[in-house]
Design a protein around this ligand. Structure first.
Ligand SMILES: Nc1ncnc2c1ncn2[C@@H]1O[C@H](COP(=O)(O)OP(=O)(O)OP(=O)(O)O)[C@@H](O)[C@H]1O
Ligand SMILES: [Mg+2]
Length: 234
């Protein structure tokens, strides 16, 4: 197992947002987290990234316990978090946003990655000198994902990458996620679009009010009565 969360509890003041969460990610796989608003999906990603501390429990990545590590060290280990909305620098150009993704690295190697990213996202190349704030919603999401790729992720955390996007742009982002998977990069994918998430992932966890209520390979979850009724529209 590349990544494991074991019995994680997270509190916001007195409110418990995560209750005894355990989950794992195999190498080169996509794991989906699905669940309604407020279920705790974002909190799981923030806890992994070191942006929120767990009250107890363990987080393991490539054989190291990382739960106590500060966020900047976790990034250096290759866990790259694309937050909801992308956290772009709105008043920097597309190119400068991409460069922010590779600040940990240098020179020629990074230049090569920029070419690869531009190949994958030709629209970003076209718009490279434009301010990020002028991009469409879908383009912003692409830029956020592209910037994460510039950081050479060993584990990519995606928080609602299709939120607010048109059906067509949602398909496009889905295609990009599956290409990233084909590159061998493991992903934890948080999605309210359960149908898309279960199409892309191999394994999924269903989260309800801070607890994992179901976990399985996606082909089993797609057959599950509760999943069908609650998340796939019957
Ligand atoms: N900074 C915070 N302070 C207090 N409570 C918080 C904070 N962030 C989240 N919560 C609470 O923790 C719970 C889980 O929130 P979280 O954002 O993880 O859910 P989510 O599954 O990502 O929801 P959504 O689908 O709306 O993004 C919610 O009850 C939320 O109100
Ligand atoms: Mg969220």
């Amino acid at each position: 197992m590349l990544f494991q969360m074991k019995n994680i509890n997270v509190l916001y003041d007195k409110v418990q947002a995560l209750i005894d969460i355990s989950l794992g990610v195999e190498r080169e796989s996509i794991v989906a987290l699905i669940g309604a608003n407020g279920a705790g999906k974002t909190t799981i990603l923030r806890t992994i990234s070191g942006l929120k501390r767990a009250a107890d429990g363990e987080i393991w990545f490539e054989g190291q316990e990382i739960e106590k590590k500060p966020a900047h060290e976790i990034v250096r280990l290759g866990i790259i978090h694309v937050a909801e909305g992308g956290n772009l620098f709105p008043y920097l150009s597309v190119l400068d946003n991409l460069k922010m993704g590779m600040y940990l690295r240098k020179g020629k190697e990074a230049r090569g990655d920029l070419d690869i990213v531009y190949q994958k996202f030709p629209i970003l190349k076209e718009r490279s000198s434009q301010l990020a704030e002028t991009l469409s919603g879908g383009e912003k999401q692409m830029l956020a994902i592209a910037r994460a790729l510039m950081a050479k992720p060993k584990l990519l955390l995606l928080d609602e990458p299709t939120l607010g996007l048109s059906p067509m742009m949602t398909l496009e982002i889905g295609k990009i996620i599956s290409e990233i998977h084909q590159m061998g990069i493991p992903i934890i994918l948080v999605e309210q679009n359960a149908r898309l998430a279960l199409k892309l992932a191999q394994r999924a966890y269903v989260l309800e009010t801070g607890r994992i209520v179901l976990e399985d390979r996606v082909e089993h979850l797609l057959d599950n009565k509760h999943v069908k009724e609650a998340y796939l529209g019957g």
